[in-house]
Design a protein around this ligand. Structure first.
Ligand code: KG4
Ligand code: ZN
Length: 337
């Protein structure tokens, strides 16, 4: 079964072709980072308009790169939520209309399920049950993946998501947009231990997170410092050390608590080098998607959708994105080919 995946939940237009026999055939991405940079964050209306311009040409190029045509497709998967409503509407409208015109099934994919399953695009594939750490710009959660579609949230952020904390802290330090990668690069130049930040909510039981206090801590530390370039780098390092340590402590706890020995990392913050190194040292099988599949992409949507279509997912031909959509409300996938 050949499935076209379309991702348009935020500021990245992603498309991919996943063949359930041959695996991932091709994928491509257009990032809107430059478009939003001058505003210091994503402007939803600009994002929607840009998805409209970019997605159809991306699909045409993708098919041409594989000498394939629309008529070769057996199914379409598009991100139905959570995300920006206008941006989601674009992918959903294109996906649904194509499916209707081609008389093939389409499925609306949960963006976070896409992230969660992105490590399945790698070889060897992790096999459920496993614990997944989802760390993106909008979500931070620990999920027990019992089987495909059967997800139990063990803990989540009570305020800012990890990526959001990176982005907001980067803004406070005047590092520009997108904050995560820039702050991470600066942290590499910083010295560990010059400043010590709290590891929020690690001194009490449970698997929830709270990252919003760290940005205030960053601001006051910066204001009290001599404000040299090295101070900034040291503060960036202290912030990153705190986030990484906190995520490490909670992952270790989640594995122990659920008696599981496989951890999967997903979402944009999963691209963070220090986090990858630290988690790789856990006494467990730790699986990361390649860097380009940590951040938003079409491949994860094509894969998640293909698994559901293969299991016979049938949805009414209705364009109905869900900007808010709890991941534990998804239906379990019974058969996987
Ligand atoms: O998963 P993603 O691409 O989009 C969402 O679904 O949110 O994640 C984007 C988030 C942003 O907050 C970005 O700053 C963060 O991931 N991010 C990073 C790194 N690369 C991306 N955070 C820390 N270190 C990185 N290297
Ligand atoms: Zn994402």
């Amino acid at each position: 079964m050949l499935v076209l995946g379309i991702e348009s939940s935020c500021d990245e237009s992603g498309v991919a072709l996943y063949d359930t026999d041959k695996g991932l055939l091709a994928h491509s991405l257009y990032s809107q980072i430059e478009l939003h940079a001058e505003y210091g964050g994503v402007v939803p209306e600009l994002a929607s308009r840009d998805h409209i311009k970019k997605i159809t040409p991306l699909i045409k190029e993708l098919l041409a790169s594989q000498n394939l045509q629309l008529s070769d497709l057996d199914g379409i998967a598009y991100t139905a939520g959570p995300g920006l409503i206008g941006a989601l509407l674009v992918g959903a409208s294109i996906g649904r209309s194509l499916a209707l015109g081609l008389n093939i099934p389409a499925v609306g994919v949960h963006h976070m399920e896409g992230h969660l399953l992105a490590p399945m695009l790698e070889d060897p594939q992790p096999t459920p049950p496993f614990i997944a750490l989802l760390v993106s710009g909008g979500h931070t959660m620990l999920v027990e993946v019992k089987s495909l579609g059967n997800y139990q949230i063990l803990g989540e952020s009570l305020d800012d998501a990890a990526g959001e904390a990176f982005d907001k802290t980067a803004k406070l330090l005047d590092l520009g947009y997108p904050g995560g990668p820039v702050l991470a690069a600066l942290a590499e130049k910083g010295e560990s231990g010059v400043y010590t930040f709290p590891r929020p909510m690690t001194d009490r039981p449970g698997l929830d997170f709270s990252f919003s206090g760290l940005k205030t801590f960053t601001l006051t530390t910066w204001q009290k410092s001599a404000q040299t370039d090295q101070d900034k780098a040291n503060i960036a390092r202290a912030f990153q050390d705190a986030v990484v340590d906190t995520l490490f402590i909670k992952c270790k706890r989640a594995l122990q608590q659920s008696n599981c020995n496989t951890l999967v990392i997903a979402g944009g913050v999963g691209a963070n080098k220090q986090l990858r190194n630290k988690l790789a040292a856990l006494d467990a099988k730790v699986s990361f998607p390649r860097l380009e599949f940590c951040t938003d992409n079409g491949a994860m949507i094509a894969y998640a959708g293909a698994m559901r279509l293969l299991a016979g997912a049938a949805e009414a031909p209705v364009i109905k994105p869900c900007p808010r959509w709890p991941i534990d409300e998804l239906s379990a996938v019974e058969e996987v080919g």
